[in-house]
Design a protein around this ligand. Structure first.
Ligand code: ZN
Length: 436
């Protein structure tokens, strides 16, 4: 069905966007934006459905560049999660349940205004199946870019959870070929540990994957035409990742001039990018360890990781390195409806302007994910990935907290319903940084 949005105040997602009042946006019946223009001179096709926005803000759907779709965000110890996954993978009923959960979480992202999700590590390739079901029109959902399972090493992050273990460069290539065979969109590497598996204070993000294994995995992925993303929480890990040619560095740590130069050198004329994820680190800093089901050591390490993530994002922005945004949903306290919080953190903790924060969550992320011609802005020819907000996010980004309507590739949800987890919301609101 074709749609005509009238009396829209358009925020188009570009770098210097400003609200353009009284606009008409036409969406054709193939789910693409057909026209964007002033109300007086823009009309839709006969039979199109008119949606009068009465001045509300129409903008591109958000893009969440770092998601795990298997968990809800309710805190669970790492051991508990591992036991659960063991019961599920390799058992048909378990896989059916897992796919259903992943589909539900993807739909929660959508209902919260996220029209594109990059999933970066889930068990059993269940995210691949859900992506295919959405693309085939069998169920509503956001556009999904999926990594399936990731590549890790013995004792590495994600081992036995959402990553396959490679004991050698050749085994790493083998895992990559498996992902390619399962038609994953990208390859996820786990180069360092994380907060949950650091055993000593001051040692989060310890290097686990050897440079040889990282290089083999990236080389094989690039040979097969796949991009790579790597979980990294230390400067040493960033170096290994960049020297291996990783396309997107996830999380990050404080950079130096050498690392900044490496970012810019990578990717055949294109810089590698940094994905900023404040959301998973902040609860460790702000909440009692018992709430995040973590230990005192993990809390100390959580602060180190948090400071590294914020600093790296600031340094990358200053150096002109592309910076994306993602939530790391499924980590403790990271739900599937809180991308808006990451956008707020990017403004209030990293120091981005509101315009830059909104641009990063839309067209900026789209470009980093290779979707710059397909989504992320309101322009004729692009997919109709749109959200409607009652208030102007450029006045206060908290306007993104609840969206009035969501359209994903031309499919309109006029009453998106988010099933919230009130006890998590209350904790998170308790340390929401104040508007600047
Ligand atoms: Zn992650």
């Amino acid at each position: 069905m074709a749609y005509v949005f009238t009396h829209a105040t358009v925020l188009d997602g570009t770098e210097n966007m400003e609200p353009r009042p009284n606009m008409t946006v036409v969406v054709d019946d193939a789910g693409r934006i057909d026209k964007v223009g002033p109300a007086a001179s823009t009309t839709g096709p006969l039979g199109a459905r008119e949606v009068d926005l009465a001045g509300a803000y129409l903008m591109p759907g958000l893009i969440n560049a770092h998601v795990h779709l298997c968990g809800s965000g309710k805190p669970m110890s790492a051991g508990g999660a591992g036991d659960l996954i063991d019961k599920v993978v390799g058992n048909p009923v378990g896989m059916w349940v897992l796919r259903r959960m992943i589909r539900g979480h993807a739909q929660a992202q959508l209902a919260s205004g996220v029209t594109t999700v990059r999933s970066v590590g889930d068990p059993g390739f269940a995210d691949v199946d859900v992506r295919d079901a959405v693309n085939a029109g069998k169920c509503p959902g956001p556009r999904l870019l999926v990594s399936g399972v990731g590549v890790t090493v013995p004792g590495g992050h994600g081992a036995g959870l959402f990553a396959h273990i490679a004991k050698s460069p050749e085994e790493a290539r083998e895992v990559v070929r498996t992902c390619f065979g399962r038609k994953c969109d990208l390859v996820k590497l786990f180069i360092t540990g994380g907060v949950f598996d650091a055993e000593v204070e001051g040692e989060p993000g310890v290097l686990r994957m050897s440079p040889e294994v990282a290089r083999a995995a990236v080389e094989e992925a690039h040979k097969l035409g796949m991009v790579t993303a790597a979980h990294i929480e230390s400067a040493e890990g960033v170096r290994v990742g960049l020297e291996a040619g990783v396309d997107t560095i996830e999380h990050g740590a404080e950079l130096d001039d050498g690392l900044i130069a490496l970012f810019k050198r990578n990717g055949a004329g294109r810089s590698s990018s940094l994905t900023c994820t404040v959301s998973p680190a902040l609860p460790f800093v702000e909440l009692d360890p018992e709430k995040t089901k973590s230990t005192e050591v993990q809390k100390v390490n959580g602060r180190i990781v948090y400071e590294g993530i914020v600093r790296a994002a600031q340094q990358a922005l200053a150096a002109g390195i592309p910076v994306g945004l993602g939530t790391d949903s499924s980590c403790p306290y990271i739900t599937h409806y809180d991308m808006w919080r990451e956008v707020v953190y990017f403004e209030r903790l990293v120091g981005a302007s509101r315009t830059l924060a909104l641009h990063t969550a839309t067209l900026g992320n789209a470009r980093i994910l290779g979707l710059g011609d397909e989504t992320g802005s309101i322009e004729p020819g692009k997919a109709a990935d749109l959200i409607v907000c009652d208030q102007n996010p450029l006045d206060n980004l908290e306007a993104l907290r609840s969206v009035r309507m969501v359209m994903a590739r031309g499919r309109l949800d006029e009453r998106p319903r988010v099933k919230r987890i009130p006890e998590l919301d209350a904790e998170l609101d308790g340390f929401l940084p104040k508007a600047v």
